[in-house]
Ligand binder design. Structure first.
Ligand SMILES: [Zn+2]
Length: 77
């Protein structure tokens, strides 16, 4: 599965910066997927973690997705 959307490549190809909520939501499932696989999602997608820390709406969505993806493991709180 190397079919990366152009928007994702564009975002991943840029240095750490603040994402918009739109970009955050677009990348959230990928971010959670990377995160739940045990990879360093914060390094792989630099803008995501700062946005999640500062945006309750996206953080809530992230938690829900992470819980969903991680239900066979141990979702974080
Ligand atoms: Zn947001």
């Amino acid at each position: 599965m190397t079919d990366t959307p152009a928007a994702l490549r564009r975002i991943l190809g840029t240095p750490a910066r603040e994402l918009s909520c739109e970009e955050c939501f677009e990348l959230l499932d990928v971010y959670v997927d990377v995160e739940s696989s045990g990879a360093d999602a914060a390094s792989a997608m630099p803008g995501m973690r700062p946005h999640l820390l500062g945006c309750p709406a996206c953080a809530e969505e992230h938690d829900a997705l992470l819980a969903f993806v991680g239900e066979t493991g141990h979702p974080e709180g």
